[in-house]
Write a protein that binds this ligand. Structure first.
Ligand SMILES: [Zn+2]
Length: 198
């Protein structure tokens, strides 16, 4: 390639987002908003949606996945990058600050800087955690001392791996993790399905 082409490629902003499972090879992707199995009971992502994240988020996730693999776990993602347009739709359906980000300010999910996930076994089998995804109750808080000992231990294992990889927790949602400076990243509006396939 010529120097000019290389320079253009280097400058190419194209997508700042990468498919997380190309970076974390054994990632289990179960995007709940691409189904109606979510708290809205409505599919708000198109079928065939990908788990997109900023490359930095995906690389940190790979680090957490390495730690967890050695302990007999894999990561399963429930939500990754969320197009800004979808944030407005979700807000219309569920305008509850603290659980759905006000769309004009934007969610860190709209920046590719947040990910919702859980643990599964190496075979992809279910692992006990304190609550299902998007449970808006004290049982989903990191400080929750109820539930089973196993669920609390697994929550702690996940937390240690995610914090070890440089993510910041959300005190009210054990499954939600942010890049520490996610708020300073730009809001993006990229398609979840590549345009050619839509
Ligand atoms: Zn989240």
């Amino acid at each position: 390639m010529t120097a000019l082409v290389l320079a253009l490629l280097a400058a190419e902003p194209a997508s700042k987002l990468v498919e997380a499972n190309t970076v974390v090879k054994d990632l289990v992707v179960d995007l709940r908003y691409a189904t109606d199995d979510n708290f809205l009971h409505k599919q708000v992502y198109p079928a065939g949606s990908r788990c997109l994240l900023l490359r930095e988020s995906a690389e940190r996730l790979a680090k957490a996945a390495d730690t967890l693999r050695a302990q007999g776990f894999r990561l399963k993602v429930w939500d990754c990058y969320r197009p800004h347009a979808v944030q407005f739709e979700m807000w219309k359906m569920f305008p509850k600050p603290g659980y759905v980000a006000e769309p004009r300010a934007g969610s860190n999910h709209n920046r590719g800087g947040a990910v919702d996930l859980t643990l599964v076994g190496l075979d992809g089998g279910e692992v006990e955690l304190p609550t299902p995804f998007d449970t808006f109750s004290p049982a989903a808080h990191h400080g929750y001392t109820g539930g089973t000992e196993t669920s609390r231990k697994n929550r702690q294992t996940l937390k240690a791996a995610m914090e070890g990889a440089g993510f910041t927790k959300n005190a009210m949602e054990w499954w939600h993790w942010d890049l520490p400076d996610a708020k300073s990243r730009p809001i993006l509006d990229e398609p979840l399905v590549p345009p050619a396939k839509q």
